[in-house]
Design a protein around this ligand. Structure first.
Ligand SMILES: [Zn+2]
Length: 130
């Protein structure tokens, strides 16, 4: 039954699993360490930001447990949203991270206040001190 569940979850999250799998392969070719984390594949990479795509989580080697839990929360969003994940979470999250840094500073808004990030924190059990 476990293999059937895994196949269904993989099909349900196919777009993000394909992209995550390609990134994971590139990381493995560059000898990045990778291990299991709550039925996900957690890979440590050189980038400071985290990324979650289907079954794959990518975090910096020096990242803390909060970031890992946050990224795990994104994987739970992926499980809930399936093929819609990239449109509802992935693309808005990347835009929020890359294009709104000045806006966040001007308005003194936390990166984690955006709906994609706040929800990932909640699902991952992350508690942030304000
Ligand atoms: Zn996030």
């Amino acid at each position: 039954m476990k293999i059937i569940k895994h196949i269904i979850y993989t099909i349900w999250q196919l777009p993000q699993d394909i992209v995550g799998g390609v990134i994971w392969l590139i990381c493995r070719m560059r000898h990045r360490s990778s291990h299991q984390y709550a039925e996900r594949i957690l890979t440590e990479w050189g980038l400071l930001s985290g990324l979650s795509l289907g079954h794959y989580i990518f975090v910096h080697t020096a990242s803390d447990e909060n970031l890992t839990r946050h990224e795990y929360g994104h994987t739970l969003q992926s499980l809930r949203l399936g093929w819609l994940y990239l449109f509802i979470i992935g693309i808005p999250s990347v835009l929020w991270a890359s294009c709104f840094n000045g806006y966040r500073k001007r308005k003194k808004i936390s990166y984690y206040s955006f709906y994609t990030e706040r929800w990932a924190d909640k699902l991952g059990g992350v508690v942030r001190v304000k």
